[in-house]
Design a protein around this ligand. Structure first.
Ligand SMILES: Nc1nc2c(ncn2[C@@H]2O[C@H](COP(=O)(O)OP(=O)(O)OP(=O)(O)O)[C@@H](O)[C@H]2O)c(=O)[nH]1
Ligand SMILES: [Zn+2]
Length: 301
């Protein structure tokens, strides 16, 4: 039997998986065994391949995944970058908190990049998320001082970008690496803005890491496919951690209860009120979720 190599799937189209491995790219098909297990390889997967030619091979094994997203189909995301502009459009804290909760739920490290800082003061948003322990960066197309810092922050593992339309994702990526913006721009043009078409995720190298090109990937889509049950929600707010287990009542929902340690944390100014407000909104929404609905709603992979 041929020697197996370990690589990373950076692209998947038309039944082929493109695997980066030791400075080379192999065009691979998947062995039939995946059909039996029901798990298909995803971009971001670390895989074992059987090399059959100079640039060809077969994916024979998927190494254990750290996490995965349904739409965009992507595995092993380390950093989940939430891009938010200070103006046009103005930041929506609930949307940021929803995205952040999903990232935490999936075991991804959230990062916030506040863009368009030439149009407004980002300090309020910065302060909320720094307090929560999240890495925050600021950026603007009118300056370059931030570029190196952000590039370094993204130069390990796989990073995925999310943010509503118009917040400046393409502009940001263009500053970080012009190859990225070309790719993103082309995809947006081909798809037409706002259209729901099958999209191909692709990984682009940056330093020792990769940035996932995920056109049109927004909070709406994220929320639709990644569901958090109400019991799990408290663990998706990292700043709640030190208060958990200290509430007066077991099974406290941390929304209105007397003797709630989380609410006390808010009152003492340790948890930003906007974060708790988002939590309560998400908790109310989560109460309406029934498990059977989730199963019914999940698309086939
Ligand atoms: N003033 C200012 N405008 C910006 C900045 N960054 C982006 N813009 C403008 O904001 C608009 C949207 O920027 P894009 O980079 O296309 O935003 P996007 O998030 O990629 O948008 P979608 O492709 O719809 O997802 C463009 O008109 C940009 O020129 C910035 O730092 N300052
Ligand atoms: Zn509580």
């Amino acid at each position: 039997m041929e020697e197996l190599k370990t690589g990373l799937i950076t692209k998947a189209t038309g039944g082929f998986y493109y695997v980066a491995c030791g400075g080379r790219e192999y065009e691979c098909r998947a062995r039939g065994l995946f059909r039996k297990t029901g798990i298909s390889p995803l971009v971001g997967d670390a895989v074992k391949i059987e090399v059959t030619g100079e640039k060809e091979g077969y994916v024979v094994e998927i190494l254990p995944r750290k996490n995965s997203l349904v739409r965009p189909p992507l595995a092993n995301v380390n950093t989940f970058v939430i891009v938010v502009s200070i103006k046009d459009p103005a930041p929506n804290l609930l949307v940021i908190d929803k995205m952040m909760a999903i990232a935490c739920h999936k075991g991804m490290t959230p990062m916030v990049i506040v863009t368009k800082t030439d149009l407004g003061d980002p300090s309020e948003v910065e302060e909320i998320y720094r307090k929560v322990g999240i890495e925050v960066h600021t950026a603007s197309i009118c300056s370059d001082g931030w570029v190196e810092t952000v590039r370094n922050a993204l130069s390990h593992g796989i990073s995925a970008f999310s943010g509503n339309s118009g917040v400046g994702k393409s502009s940001l990526l263009n500053k970080i690496d012009s190859r990225l913006a070309i790719a993103t721009g082309e995809t947006s043009q081909k798809l037409g803005r706002g259209k729901h078409t099958t999209r191909h995720v692709q990984l682009y190298p940056i330093g020792d890491g990769y940035i996932a090109d995920t056109p049109g990937f927004s909070a709406v889509e994220l929320e639709r496919y990644e569901i958090i049950f109400k019991e799990e929600l408290e663990d998706c707010f990292p700043e709640f951690k030190k208060y958990l287990g200290k509430c007066q009542f077991t099974g406290c929902s941390h929304t209105v209860e007397k003797g709630c340690a989380v609410i006390q944390g808010v009152n003492q100014g340790e948890i930003p009120p906007s974060r708790h407000k988002s939590y309560c909104t998400m908790y109310e929404d989560a109460k309406k979720i029934k498990e059977w609905e989730v199963r019914k709603g999940q698309p086939d992979e």
